[in-house]
Ligand binder design. Structure first.
Ligand SMILES: NC(=O)c1ccc[n+]([C@@H]2O[C@H](COP(=O)([O-])OP(=O)(O)OC[C@H]3O[C@@H](n4cnc5c(N)ncnc54)[C@H](OP(=O)(O)O)[C@@H]3O)[C@@H](O)[C@H]2O)c1
Length: 332
C-alpha cells in the first residue's frame, strides 16, 4: 500500500511516499480502507519534534531518539470503509463507513490501517461516519472536534457564560466556537484578519483580530479563556478573566511553569493537559453534525502524493480550519 513514511525528524521534505506492506487485522481489529485523512499543526510539530527540551526528550525516548521508528507512518485522523474485521470484532462489519483517529499511534496517512475495535486511552478509536458528511469532511472531526469538546467540558461551559477562544480559526478552534455556541455561551473568537469572516459565519458573537487589537486592553471580562494556541501571557490576561474564572490551555508548551505558578497563586483555575477522546465523544459529535448543529471548515485538500506541500502549507499558519488529504485507490 501507499503510505507516508516518517523516518526522520525535520522539515516537511523528510516525509516520503513509500510502498509498504498492507496490514492484516488481528482478532480484535478492523482493517480500514482510508479515503481521507488530514494534516494538523500537531502532525507538523511531531514531524519536526520542535518542542521544548522537557517535551522533546520524552518524545524521542518514545518514538526513537534520532529517527522515528522503522516504518513509522504519520497522521492521526481518518475516514474510510471497513474492508475486513478480526474474528472477535462485534460492533462493526465489512463495508461500514467509519471516521476516527489512530491517536498517538499515528499511521493514517496511508491507504490502509488496522485499528482495535476497543481502543486504549491514547489510541483514538472509530465510529460510524456521520451520514451527511463526505469522507473528506468526516476525517476532520475526530481531532479538532474531540479536543475542543474535551477542553470545553473541563471548563464546564454554561448557558450565558462568556468565553474567549484564542486561536479560534484552526482545527480545534473552529470546533470550539461551534461547540461553545451549542452549549449556549457567548463566544469571542480571536485570530488573524483573514479568518474573522469565517469565524462569524460559524457562530462567533464577537471577533478580535489579534494582529490589530490586544483583547486584554479592551475591558471585557470572561468566565473562561480557552487558549488553543498558547500565546496568551497569564499575567497580561489576568485582568480579562473573572476572579473564579478558568483558563484552558490546549498548548501549554513554554507556559507550564507560569501556568503552575498562576494555579498556586490565584483563585483562577488553570487547566492544561493532553486531551483524550472516547468513542462516545465521536458519537456525540456525529449526532451534532447530523442535526446540523456543527459542521467542518475545510481550507484546502491535497492528494496523498502531495503530503510534503500539505505540511508546508500547514506550517505557514494560514490554514483556516482543516486541511484534508485525499487517498485514491487504484482498485477503487
Ligand atoms: N493539549 C492537547 O492535548 C493538544 C492536542 C492537540 C493539539 N494541541 C496543540 O494545540 C495547538 C493548536 O492546534 P490546532 O490544530 O487548532 O492548530 P491550528 O489549526 O494551526 O490553529 C491555530 C490557530 O491559531 C492562530 N494563531 C496563531 N498565532 C496566534 C496568536 N498570537 N493569537 C491568536 N491566534 C493565533 C492561527 O492563525 P494565524 O497563523 O493566521 O494567526 C490558527 O488559526 C497546537 O499547537 C497543537 O499542538 C494540543
Amino acid at each position: 500500500m501507499k503510505a507516508v513514511a516518517w523516518m526522520k525528524y525535520g522539515p516537511p521534505d523528510v516525509l516520503e511516499l513509500r510502498e509498504l506492506e498492507k496490514p492484516t487485522p488481528k482478532d480484535n481489529e478492523l482493517l480500514i480502507k482510508i479515503f481521507a485523512t488530514t494534516v494538523t499543526a500537531g502532525d507538523c510539530e511531531m514531524r519536526s519534534l520542535k518542542f521544548p527540551i522537557y517535551l522533546s526528550l520524552p518524545m524521542r525516548l518514545w518514538r526513537g531518539f534520532l529517527k522515528s521508528k522503522e516504518n513509522s507512518i504519520l497522521g492521526t485522523e481518518l475516514a474510510g470503509k471497513i474492508e475486513a474485521v478480526g474474528k472477535d470484532v462485534k460492533q462493526f462489519k465489512e463495508g461500514d463507513q467509519v471516521f476516527g483517529s489512530a491517536g498517538m499511534d499515528f499511521g493514517t496517512n496511508a491507504e490502509y490501517i488496522c485499528l482495535p475495535e476497543e481502543p486504549g486511552e491514547m489510541e483514538g478509536g472509530v465510529a460510524i461516519k456521520p451520514a451527511n458528511m463526505t469522507y473528506e469532511e468526516a476525517a476532520t472531526v475526530p481531532f479538532g472536534g474531540r479536543d475542543a469538546l474535551h477542553f470545553l467540558r473541563l471548563g464546564n461551559i454554561q448557558r450565558g457564560q462568556k468565553i474567549l477562544i484564542n486561536g479560534a480559526g484552526g482545527s480545534i478552534g473552529t470546533f470550539g466556537v461551534q461547540l461553545a455556541k451549542y452549549f449556549r455561551a457567548e463566544v469571542t473568537a480571536v485570530d488573524s484578519t483573514a479568518k474573522l469572516d469565517m469565524l462569524r459565519t460559524i457562530g462567533a458573537d464577537h471577533v478580535v483580530d489579534y494582529t490589530r487589537e490586544d483583547f486584554t486592553q479592551n475591558g471585557e471580562i470572561y468566565d473562561v479563556i480557552f487558549d488553543v494556541v498558547g500565546t496568551i501571557s497569564f499575567s497580561r490576561s489576568a485582568r480579562s478573566i473573572k476572579q473564579d474564572g478558568t483558563y484552558l490551555l490546549a498548548n501549554p508548551m513554554g507556559q507550564i511553569v507560569r501556568g503552575l505558578w498562576t494555579r498556586i497563586r490565584s483563585s483562577k483555575q488553570v487547566i492544561m493537559q493532553t486531551a483524550s477522546g472516547t468513542i462516545d465523544d465521536l458519537i456525540f459529535l456525529r449526532k451534532l453534525v447530523e442535526e446540523g448543529k456543527i459542521k467542518t471548515v475545510i481550507d484546502r485538500s491535497y492528494p496523498l502524493e502531495q503530503i510534503v506541500e500539505a505540511h508546508r502549507y500547514v506550517e505557514t499558519g494560514q490554514k483556516a480550519g482543516n486541511l484534508v488529504i485525499t487517498v485514491a485507490h487504484n482498485n477503487a
